[in-house]
Design a protein around this ligand. Structure first.
Ligand code: FMN
Length: 206
């Protein structure tokens, strides 16, 4: 079995973490680096990660996360937030994200125009824009969880939370929203079985 498939087999949605174990800082930083290296639509990297280590803040968040134990038990808790105003078409942020590729003026103009066209049906509605930036976070999160599994670090993705409450607790400014949470640490209980549909149900060849 490849190392990647071993990691896929190791990963599960960990419900309880061993509170006596801490992820070494260097390993945790490498998990964060995986987020940074993840792909994003048009390379906009809309994610802004908040690592919550403060116990009081963890407790405050827990009640807005269906009281889920992972929020306070995890060694590290990452909140994926997104900067939605920055990624609107024509902003200096977007211009800079294209410019950094070393494009000439004509190519830059073209990229900005294609981006504007693509985003026109998304940025017209705040919810759609939040949804689009959140999608990018899910990719980064998946990469982080699988990578963490290669280090024998457990994780749990969490979208069972009240978005507005989380944003209030974190005091996020206007234009910034909470997309997803991921807890990292070490399992207490044995791994739950990986229950999945058969490949024939989820894949068709045409
Ligand atoms: C986007 C997303 C959100 C999830 N939210 C939660 C959550 O809030 N709490 C939880 O315990 N598990 C959560 N899960 C875990 C799933 O329930 C779990 O991945 C699924 O049942 C398959 O189990 P496994 O990952 O252990 O194989 C979430 C998974 C994903 C992908």
């Amino acid at each position: 079995m490849s190392d990647f498939m071993k990691a896929m087999a190791f990963r599960h949605a960990c419900k309880h973490f061993d509170t006596s174990k801490t992820i070494p800082q260097e390993q945790f930083e490498s998990i964060l680096e995986v987020a940074r290296m993840s792909p994003s639509s048009f390379g906009m990297e809309p994610w802004r990660l908040i690592v919550v280590r403060n116990e009081a803040l963890r407790k405050a968040l827990k009640s807005s996360c269906w009281g889920q134990a992972q929020i306070t038990e995890a060694s590290e808790l990452v909140i994926f937030t997104t900067d939605n105003d920055d990624v609107r078409s024509g902003t200096p942020y977007v211009k800079n994200m294209f410019e950094r590729r070393g494009l000439d003026a004509e190519a830059l103009e073209k990229y900005m125009s294609v981006y504007k066209g693509f985003l026109s049906l998304i940025e017209c509605h705040e919810d759609l824009l939040e949804n689009w930036t959140a999608k990018q976070c899910y990719i980064a999160c998946a990469n982080m969880m699988t990578y963490a599994a290669t280090l024998k670090i457990d994780s749990c993705p969490i979208e069972g939370f009240d978005k507005e409450q989380i944003e209030a607790v974190l005091d996020l400014p206007q234009g910034r929203s909470a997309a997803l949470i991921c807890a990292f640490g070490y399992r207490v209980d044995p791994q739950s079985p990986q229950i999945r549909l058969p490949i024939s149900t989820i894949v068709e060849y045409r």
